[in-house]
Ligand binder design. Structure first.
Ligand code: DGL
Length: 278
């Protein structure tokens, strides 16, 4: 591993910046290259094969930036593409599902874990499978919350509108007395305050960002991959489209001003079998 190479992070859009925020806090010297696939957002309502294709292209883009490791900062991509990317690309790849599942299993007392996620993540059953590998006796109930991503992208994080949507999504989880809830989409940590207000302080909310960063730290330790540079590491953002609201909302996700954002345009062709290729 080349310690001075950047860490690559990708997401379908802005959500992965919550993972970058945690990365910048925990590993301030590291250089980070972020790719947000805004042009093809949302991933969470798309098919597994489509999300896998997009994830592959995002990974190839980051490899061209010579990254030393990749964090898939998107639950929908992690559930659809993690194993595929790991088998295909020869560098450390960290997903957000297994680390969050581990933290949730450690946190639960009554062995009832709820998962709020996109439709794609819920359909993949990835959290139940990851948790079952750690503890077969944990009951997992996953609930798709498709309206939350548009609310977060609009910057509506508090107030009666989002509270009524959240109450509807949280009802089946609270009815089943889940004592731990995984925020199974990288957009949801921005709703943490409102969710905690609705479920009460006794319910533990698990954010996949610190869990994934902790796994990355372990890998960098094992492979002597930490940057040794002095001062704060750089941060570059690439997106496949740049809507007017991106810089403003992106700064909220990141917790610091976003300025250096570059747009990359992929060129796609459709092959005979209908597959999109770069
Ligand atoms: N950030 C994505 C995730 O964690 C959700 C956004 C989307 O649907 O593309 O699943």
């Amino acid at each position: 591993m080349m310690p001075e190479a950047p860490i690559g992070v990708f997401d379908s859009g802005l959500g992965g910046l919550t993972v970058v925020r945690e990365l910048r806090r925990a590993l301030p010297k590291e250089k980070i290259v972020y790719f947000g696939d805004i042009a093809r957002l949302p991933y969470g309502i798309k098919s597994e094969s489509q999300i896998r294709n997009f994830s592959c292209e995002n990974t190839e883009f980051l490899l061209h930036r010579n990254v030393k490791a990749i964090v898939i900062a998107c639950n929908s991509s992690s559930s659809a593409a993690y194993s595929f990317l790991k088998s295909r690309f020869p560098l450390p790849i960290i997903d957000v599902i297994r680390p969050a599942a581990e933290w949730a299993v450690q946190a639960t007392r009554n062995r009832k874990i709820g998962v709020m996620a996109t439709q794609a993540t819920v359909a993949s059953d990835a959290y139940r499978k990851a948790i079952a590998k750690l503890d077969k006796n944990v009951h997992v109930f996953s609930h798709a919350c498709p309206l939350l991503v548009p609310f977060v992208e609009e910057g509506i994080l508090e107030g009666s509108l989002i509270e009524s949507v959240l109450s509807r999504y949280l009802k089946p989880l609270m009815k089943r007395k889940m004592d731990t809830i995984i925020l199974g989409c990288t957009h949801y940590p921005l709703l943490r305050k409102t969710i905690q207000k609705l479920v009460g302080i006794k319910v533990k909310l698990i954010d996949s960002a610190p869990a994934a960063v902790s796994e990355l730290k372990e890998i960098l330790t094992e492979q002597h991959g930490f940057s040794k540079q002095k001062g704060k590491g750089s941060f570059q953002v690439f997106v496949s489209d740049l809507p007017g609201s991106f810089l403003n909302i992106g700064s909220k996700f990141l917790g610091e001003p976003l300025n250096d954002v570059k747009v990359v345009r992929f060129k796609y062709e459709i092959t005979k079998n209908g597959k999109w290729v770069l």
